[in-house]
Design a protein around this ligand. Structure first.
Ligand code: AMP
Ligand code: GLY
Length: 415
């Protein structure tokens, strides 16, 4: 099979490794890719915001499956245009991607589907905003309606700050604060049927102890030894299946990866957010453990053929991913610094996110630069491997969290 993967981050590097490992794969093409991906696939430096350019590339290469990594091309209708041109695509249509692109849309789908989530108000005036803030009380949760590259959500006990953030956007969702550990749980959907992946936990804050600003994600681990055994089954029945059924009933089936960001509250599972694509860095922690061949699986989803698919198969290993970020990330990342000392050992992967080759020298080119995944017999073992590799990497001014999966690994040892 000839596959074209769209994207250029650590998520796409992990997808590329897993796609390559499927024996059906004959050629893997990536647009635009990055310098890590270029070592294992053919990269094409096209503008992936230009749908016509992507279609022309897919036609010239005789592509049999397109996998779309990031949300931006999905929200720009790349999947629709590729389907119209006759290509099987793993990734939702423009309308279905609104489940990530509009918080208000996602809330309406959840309400119609009976999916448990925080109570909320959608507000378009100062009066409505103030009413909603006072109805819920502190801590306040304010979400801008559109795609905001991680900057749209503010959670604060300061009413003035909540109000100021709300007034920055013409349309905001204000909702009840959900208390409980957060879990990312993904489903692979063909529009009608959906298969749950194992849960992962993401670390969103920049610094140890969950301090500092929100980021795209500084690390992740999977599986979650502390999570209830039923979490996959419950999320499948209460969240993933009803959402897919609702999207199909609306005539806008969701074909692709449905990312459920969950809070495990005392009252049960609640959806914090949906995304319309694989998470980053959750993908880097999940895919090295997935035994089901990925290219065949995503083709079955893209061709609406998951009906009789058995549940996904996973290795018994634990995995821990730690992200190496540039100096100044997430506020103002410094790029263009040389990277040295990348020496993966057995049971580890170094995924490239923001890197570039400059006259043969590997340099940083983004906020999140690398993601190192370690696999082990338990979280302690996986952590040891990931940290052994990341601590050998030199990149001036860079930082990484030292506490990814730390508490979970201590709790696991104690059991
Ligand atoms: P989002 O962009 O929707 O992922 O939100 C970013 C982060 O804000 C989430 O990962 C949560 O940590 C937090 N958050 C969002 N909604 C809520 C909520 N209703 N209650 C508590 N925390 C929330
Ligand atoms: N790790 C969070 C995200 O991918 O949105």
């Amino acid at each position: 099979m000839k596959v074209l993967l769209i994207g250029s981050g650590g998520r796409e590097h992990a997808l590329a490794v897993a796609l390559n490992a499927d024996p059906v794969l004959e050629e893997l093409h990536v647009a635009p890719g990055n310098s890590g991906i270029a070592a294992i696939a053919l990269c094409h430096a096209i503008d992936t915001d230009d749908n016509a350019a992507v279609i022309a590339l897919a036609e010239s290469l005789g592509i049999e499956l397109v996998v779309i990594g990031p949300e931006k091309p999905l929200v720009q209708g790349l999947a629709d245009d590729l389907r119209k041109a006759g290509f099987p695509v793993f990734g939702p249509s423009q309308v279905a991607a609104q489940i990530e692109g509009s918080k208000d849309f996602a809330k309406k789908v959840m309400s119609d589907a009976g999916v448990p989530t925080a109570h909320s108000f959608t507000c378009t005036s100062r009066e409505e905003i103030e009413h909603a803030l006072d109805a819920f009380g502190a801590p306040y949760v304010v979400k801008h309606d559109g795609l905001a590259a991680g900057k749209g959500v503010v959670v604060t006990s300061d009413r003035d700050e909540a109000l100021a953030h709300a007034l920055l956007s013409p349309r905001v969702v204000i909702e009840e604060f959900l208390d409980g550990p957060e879990v990312s749980l993904f489903g692979i959907s063909d529009g009608k049927n959906i298969l749950a992946m194992q849960p992962a936990q993401d670390f969103k804050r920049a610094f140890d102890g969950d301090l500092g600003p929100n980021t795209g994600g500084m690390g992740a681990y999977s599986p979650l030894p502390w999570a209830p055994d039923e979490i996959m089954e419950e999320t499948l029945e209460q969240v993933l299946k009803p959402t897919i059924a609702e999207m199909a009933a609306r005539g806008t089936p969701f074909v692709g990866l449905l990312y459920a960001g969950l809070a495990l509250t005392n009252n049960g599972i609640r959806v914090i957010e949906f995304n319309a694509r694989f998470g980053d860095p959750e993908t880097q922690v999940l895919l090295p453990r997935l035994k089901t061949p990925l290219a065949s699986l995503l083709l079955k989803a893209a061709t609406r053929d998951l009906k009789d698919h058995p549940p996904l198969e996973w290795s018994a290993d634990s995995a821990v991913t730690v992200v190496l970020a540039s100096e100044g990330y997430p506020t103002s990342p410094v790029v263009g610094e040389p990277i040295m000392g990348i020496n993966p050992v057995d049971g580890t992967y170094v995924f490239h996110a923001g890197t570039t080759l400059d006259n043969g020298i590997l340099k940083s080119a983004g906020g999140r630069v690398l993601a190192v995944t370690g696999l082990g017999s338990d979280l302690t073992d996986a952590r040891d491997k990931a940290y052994r590799v990341i601590s050998g990497i030199t990149l001036h001014g860079s930082h990484y969290r030292s506490d990814i999966a730390l508490n979970a690994s201590i709790a696991e040892k104690g059991n």
